[in-house]
Design a protein around this ligand. Structure first.
Ligand code: GCU
Length: 455
């Protein structure tokens, strides 16, 4: 199949799309185009954006999939300060270089977390004892109610599901996924989405529960809509009192990562959860959100970043698969701050002050597992090698902080688990999913969390 990725994406979005009429979809894209345009006006950009390449390999303007045609580029060195001085100690990293990198990502790529984000109060909506496979589980549904007294016209209620095994000896580690599930509006419950990974392997939720670990699902779109039309609503709209964003205001990815931190606040209050053993996981756009959440939230001890591609762990300067021009177009710009549009219009990706390896480096020394599917099934849009290189070039920061890098710079053959270090990488043989990498991830996670069977 040529374009399995696109197909998977369409299917992945069926639940939310099905709820929208063609007219609402048209109006979402119309409003997104207008918002994109007003942001360009704020930025004083009068030239058209450069169009991104196509994800369809058959199209005349198909994205590059040929390694021999990859451009030459120079990456910013994560261990050289802006004044040219080399970073030699962990202290220099934490006090000087890391804040510089954070500032660049905040201003130019993902946007700043506002100073005045209102508080969230978690409400337990329901608790249910049930089973997953043969395992007894406790399923809690929660709503994080955002204080909207500053602008009552916008209501934000964050949807979270937490599932823990019953009969464990104490609080359990929890892996939180940024989930595609429209809960509680759709009729798919988190438990029902525990699909089989393959005929021979149980689903990821069952694999975790079997080990005595828990999982949680956070619904990103309950925090911030996944389109430009929603930028004057959701948590971004609430903070801006319904007004448009300014060029360095946060985008949806930063907002989703903020929501993940609020879920961690809740976990710290729940006696079933071991808040020292929390991981964040996500796929595709939610893989981008997962690495961002890991970078900005030190209370996550591990991450599982699935097929995050461009805007995630893939090197943005690398001309292969999805490009900055795609990300900065009207369909995806809302993931980022307004300033990011510059790099697909008046500037180029080579002008970015940072690149994806530095996002991975912001997670250091906490362990990050970078996952992708196979080119044959997933397609090349996500650029597995570009994500691998994001991991490789974060290595020196891990080493400086006493951690271990990937231990190789050579792109491995498919299926090889590069798991000896605190940055790990594996390209599984399946499609656009974290599914086939769960068992590898879990055994890697056991190194940090203990090979804990908590029963
Ligand atoms: C598109 C987009 C990717 C994104 C993916 C998804 O393919 O170009 O950047 O990761 O959608 O999230 O489904």
């Amino acid at each position: 199949m040529k374009n399995v990725l696109l197909l998977t994406l369409l299917l992945g979005h069926t639940i939310s799309k099905a709820q929208l009429s063609q007219a609402s979809r048209d109006s979402i894209s119309r409003i997104s185009v207008m918002d994109h345009q007003q942001m360009k006006q704020q930025l004083g950009i009068t030239v058209a954006n450069r169009p991104g390449p196509s994800g369809n390999p058959e199209a005349p303007n198909a994205a590059n999939r040929d390694e021999s045609k990859v451009n030459k580029y120079v990456l910013p060195d994560p261990l050289i300060l802006k004044n040219g001085v080399a970073v030699k100690s962990p202290k220099d990293w934490w006090e000087k270089r890391r804040p510089e990198i954070v500032e660049d990502f905040d201003r130019e790529v993902y946007g700043r977390l506002p100073k005045n984000v209102p508080a969230v109060t978690w409400r337990l909506v329901s608790v249910k004892d049930t089973t997953l496979g043969n395992y007894p589980i406790k399923e809690k549904t929660l709503t994080g109610i955002v204080d909207n007294t500053s602008f009552p016209g916008i209501k934000v209620e964050i949807e979270l599901v937490l599932v823990t095994p019953i009969n464990t000896r104490g609080p359990v580690p929890v892996v939180m996924e940024f989930g595609f599930i429209r809960w509680p509006f759709g009729n798919i419950t988190p438990v029902q989405t525990n699909r089989l990974i393959s005929a021979a392997e149980p689903g990821w939720k069952e694999q975790l529960i079997a080990r005595g670990w828990g999982y949680a699902i956070l619904n990103p779109t309950s925090i911030q809509a996944d389109n430009g039309a929603g930028l004057r609503q959701g948590i971004i709209g609430l903070v801006n009192k319904g007004e448009p964003r300014r060029p360095d205001d946060w985008g949806a990815l930063r907002a989703w990562a903020w929501g993940a931190s609020r879920a961690v606040d809740y976990f710290e209050t729940d006696a079933d959860v071991d808040e020292k053993r929390l991981a964040i996981e996500g796929l595709s756009r939610y893989g981008k959100a997962a690495v961002l959440a890991m970078a900005y939230e030190p209370r996550f001890s591990l991450a599982f970043v699935g097929s995050s591609g461009a805007g995630g762990t893939k090197i943005l300067r690398r001309v292969f698969g999805e490009q900055v021009e795609n990300l900065a177009g009207t369909g995806e710009y809302h993931w980022f701050c307004g300033n990011f549009i510059k790099y697909a219009s008046t500037l180029t990706p080579d002008d970015l002050p940072v690149d994806a390896h530095e996002l991975v480096a912001l997670c250091a020394p906490r362990p990050v597992f970078i996952s992708s599917g196979s080119p044959q099934v997933e397609g090349q849009w996500v650029d597995a090698k570009g994500m691998f290189l994001g991991a490789v070039h974060a290595g020196p920061v891990y080493k400086l902080l006493g951690g271990n890098d990937l231990a190789t710079t050579e792109f491995p053959i498919i299926g090889t688990p590069l798991v000896s270090g605190d940055i790990a990488f594996r390209q599984h043989a399946g499609g656009h999913s974290t599914g086939p990498n769960w068992s590898t991830w879990i055994s890697w996670a056991c190194r940090y969390w203990g090979d804990c069977k908590y029963f």
